[in-house]
Design a protein around this ligand. Structure first.
Ligand code: ZN
Length: 627
């Protein structure tokens, strides 16, 4: 998950090492503290309870009973290891590090002499069965998560043990697959991006070559697929360079594109970038939910047709939002185009963050934009890909804040944090303070600087219509500059203060009229946050099926310390439609004129915070009243 583009030849921007962005307060600091104190501990307990660690013990020859869970149980262990390792870079908690060391020792013990590790195959199958079901058995997928965990652990702690385990397994796989060896590609992409990262960490060119081999091996129509999709379920229906649209299982598609973007960052192959641009356009202009969630259908956990974006029966797997962020981050690093940071931010604050409860110990796999009631987050899943994925994303969130290049530092996301970066190999330290995402004011103090001129760049998010910039109290730039970076170049002095003001008002958003499911509806947004109506916050007797909004509705934002851990709510003047005539009919001949029963004040809360109280009804999209 942590990307290092410090040596990537085709990166426009360089990432910061793990631990160099330390959150110091506010929104993400609090999320990270809950992740550390609650989620990571809870995750460890769940790995014990669900049998993941016992499966590895069985592979060692110890353990109790039989293998439990789906074939990819090891990947949950690796994702947890990666999350905990990344968090050790934020705060080296000795108790957590002891758990990490214990699990790493178990993984190392489970590794076979030839480097192979997969508890499912080691416990349930014979050695000759390995690699016989690449479509569905997730051996390469689990390997990929091991590699990511190993890279994170090495970067965060400097310890090599897990990295050595990972390299031995990568060597084992490299001995089997490749040109002149065995052909084939994993049914679930993941190893591609992980091998590129393992290459970046180890310097071993064979790992990059193997990643590209797996990318090139797709698209031969060999995979059996699932349901009506056939090979497209696995993105095996067309070679990556010829792909025109995102299809099939959404997480597989988005992990694949993230891996292809990694390959581009190292090789600069234009055909890969051309394919990525086509796929990105298809994903974001036709198949993305307002929340930055992806996947329209439960069947096949899949993308639907263009503009098939139902609010209630959509899938929007938490892992798909995470995969999309991983892809957008790589696209941003490759191109410097702020629309990727905008898209990442949309998923981060909405379709991703709804995946975890405010208390950090319950999780959503599916993230609908409308609930008819009765939906609550369980504490774990039989297929538990999402919870540890949430943990690693929250542990890493600081790394999305900033990058560097030869000329200076670019700030992409806003949070109170200390940012330590090298500009031209010389140390610069920034202290950023903000109440983002609740307020659009950001204050950056240059704490340490190098000599000579360098440039500070700030992203003006696409949602912001007016941004202003001050230097040491003097206004530098003002005016409309949405969806871009504003820059300041000078010989900075310690104590220099830059203030950025991103105008943040509640706003109404309309969907593309081709989206049948939500045509004629409006959504409330404010800053990076998508809002929703929850039954619990509405006036007595208001059924969310009957509420309406006018496009010129007055919207009012209010900070509520007492609600959902502290949120800005948005209230809107709305209406309740008169549906009395409809009590006995489902259909009626036209013309039908809708009348309003009464005006009502609607209270919206951030979508990410829904389903943390009584599981009532919820909706993001609100039908427009007919004036
Ligand atoms: Zn998942």
């Amino acid at each position: 998950m942590h990307v290092s583009t410090t040596k990537s030849l085709y990166a426009r921007w360089r990432t910061l090492p793990v631990g160099k962005v330390k959150l110091t307060g506010g929104f993400w600091f609090e999320k990270q503290a809950i992740n550390r104190r609650v989620s990571l501990r809870h995750g460890y307990r769940m790995l014990v309870q669900s049998g993941n660690l016992n499966n590895l013990r069985l592979a060692v020859g110890a353990g109790e009973g039989a293998y439990r869970g789906p074939v990819f149980m090891d990947s949950d262990v690796y994702k947890w290891l990666e999350a905990a390792s990344l968090d050790l870079a934020n705060d080296r908690d000795p108790e957590l590090e002891a758990l990490v060391d214990e699990v790493i020792a178990l993984v190392a013990a489970a590794q076979q002499p030839d480097g192979y590790i997969n508890s499912y195959y080691q416990v349930n199958k014979k050695p000759e069965d390995r690699w016989t079901n690449l479509d569905h058995d997730h051996e390469l997928y689990c390997a990929g998560h091991l590699f990511e965990a190993a890279v994170a652990h090495h970067r965060a702690t400097g310890k090599r043990e897990l990295l050595d385990v990972a390299c031995r397994f990568a060597d084992c796989i490299d001995g089997i697959f490749g040109p002149g060896k065995r052909d084939g590609a994993p049914g679930h992409p993941e190893i591609e991006l992980a091998l590129v990262e393992l290459y970046r960490e180890s310097g071993e060119q064979r790992y990059l070559n193997l990643a590209i081999f797996f990318i090139d091996a797709r698209g031969k129509g060999r995979m059996r697929g699932y349901g009506r999709w056939g090979a497209a379920y696995h993105q095996d229906h067309v070679p990556v360079r010829e792909a025109l649209e995102v299809v099939g299982h959404a997480v597989r598609q988005l992990y694949l594109t993230a891996g292809v973007a990694d390959a581009y960052l190292e090789t600069g192959e234009q055909a890969l970038m051309d394919a990525l641009l086509r796929l990105w356009h298809d994903a974001t202009a036709r198949k993305m939910h307002l929340t930055g969630g992806y996947g329209a259908r439960h069947e096949g956990e899949a993308f639907g047709h263009a503009y098939e974006l139902p609010s209630d029966e959509c899938y929007c797997e938490t892992c798909a939002a995470i995969a999309a962020m991983m892809w957008n981050w790589r696209m941003l690093l490759a191109t410097g185009d702020p629309r990727y940071a905008d898209t990442l931010e949309r998923s981060l604050y909405n379709g991703f963050l709804s995946g975890v409860s405010l208390d950090g110990q319950r999780y959503f796999y599916v993230n609908p934009l409308q609930s008819r009631g009765g939906i609550a987050r369980p504490e774990w899943y039989g297929c538990a890909c999402c919870p540890p994925n949430v943990m690693r994303q929250i542990a890493l969130v600081g790394n999305y804040m900033a990058t560097t290049d030869e000329t200076g530092i670019q700030v992409h996301q806003y949070a109170s944090a200390t940012i330590e970066a090298a500009v031209g190999d010389e140390r610069v330290v920034l202290q950023m303070d903000t109440r983002y995402p609740w307020e659009g004011h950001v204050r950056v103090t240059v704490a340490e600087t190098r000599s000579g001129e360098w440039t500070l760049a700030f992203r003006v998010p696409g949602w912001c219509n007016h941004a202003a910039l001050w230097l040491n109290g003097d206004i530098i730039a003002g005016g409309a500059s949405d969806g871009n970076y504003v820059t300041l170049t000078r010989a900075w002095q310690p104590g220099d203060v830059v203030e950025l003001d991103l105008e943040m008002h509640p706003r109404l958003t309309a969907p593309n009229p081709r989206v049948d499911a939500i045509r004629g509806s409006l959504a409330i947004e404010r800053g990076p946050l998508v809002y929703c109506l929850e039954e619990e916050d509405q006036e007595a007797g208001v059924d969310l099926l009957d509420v309406r909004l006018l496009p010129d509705a007055e919207l009012e934002a209010e900070w509520r310390d007492d609600l959902l851990g502290g949120v800005v709510t948005v209230s809107a003047e709305g209406y309740v439609a008169d549906v009395q005539d409809w009590e006995t009919a489902l259909y009626r001949p036209v013309p039908v004129l809708e009348t309003i029963a009464r005006p009502v004040k609607l209270l919206a809360v951030p979508y990410y915070a829904w389903a943390n109280r009584t599981p009532g009804t919820m909706r993001v999209w609100i039908p427009q009243a007919r004036p």
